[in-house]
Design a protein around this ligand. Structure first.
Ligand SMILES: O=C(O)CCC(=O)C(=O)O
Length: 238
């Protein structure tokens, strides 16, 4: 993925052009992260012994080009997932360098994981917003916030209903983090028709149709079933 400010600029070389790698499950070196025993030890507390890695990301948050496009709006990750139950899904997010408020650390609203999945849509930001960066609607903007300042290698584990996002990167460096969403292999897929997730389904299916000439013959759950990888135990229903 490219940051909106980069897409609109002249040619930008090498890693500076890439703001996020998604779906690195086919890359043996990066995927080693998802199978680290020191991560799975904690993941297992949420998922149980049969563990699927469902969504992988390496986030290379670029220096903000002045349009505030390096921000990630507040959201709940469950908005993107057509599988349940939410309590059997967990994200691990590891800082690949020191992260703080200056370079756009994670910001979380503690306790919101006990709520429900809220409506999400693109925020109306003046400088625009990156593709698929939906923001949560109707949350309490006065809810206490915690900025997760972390050292290189520190890892945070969080629930898919936790409202979180990240601020602007006001430094000249690229803020790197690696993350994986795990789910219990016996989670089940749901049909998101008629729910608040219909808008993200539509967007994902449009991308699938455009990029891979798939669409009509494929359902949202298929896009997850073929990206998901077993990391421990037995593959059951996901
Ligand atoms: O690493 C970040 O800046 C936020 C990542 C995030 O919340 C996401 O991609 O869902």
């Amino acid at each position: 993925m490219r940051d909106l400010a980069i897409i609109k600029s002249e040619f930008v070389p090498d890693q500076k052009a890439v703001s996020k790698l998604q779906d690195f499950q086919e890359d043996p070196e990066l995927f080693r992260y998802c199978a680290l025993p020191q991560i799975l030890k904690y993941v297992e507390c949420f998922t149980g012994p049969n563990i699927m890695a469902m969504h992988t990301m390496l986030i290379n948050k670029p220096p903000d080009a002045g349009k505030k496009t390096s921000r990630h709006p507040m959201h709940q990750d469950l908005h993107y997932f057509p599988f349940r139950p939410a309590d059997r899904i967990v994200c691990s997010w590891t800082a690949m360098e020191k992260v703080n408020r200056q370079n756009g650390c994670l910001v979380v609203l503690p306790g919101t994981h006990t709520g429900t999945l809220l409506e999400h849509d693109y925020p109306e930001w003046e400088g625009g917003v990156n593709k698929m960066y939906h923001g949560v609607r109707g949350y309490n903007p006065h809810h206490p916030r915690v900025h997760l300042e972390m050292e290189k290698g520190d890892t945070v584990f969080f629930h898919p209903l936790l409202i979180h996002g990240s601020g602007m990167n006001l430094t000249q460096g690229f803020r790197k983090a690696i993350s994986c969403h795990y789910a219990s292999a016996d989670c089940y897929y749901i049909d998101v028709k008629g729910t608040t997730q219909e808008n993200i389904e539509k967007e994902v299916m449009e991308i699938a149709a455009r990029k891979y000439a798939m669409g009509g013959e494929m359902a949202l759950k298929d896009t997850w079933a073929f990206r998901g990888r077993l990391v421990q135990g037995e593959r059951i229903s996901l």
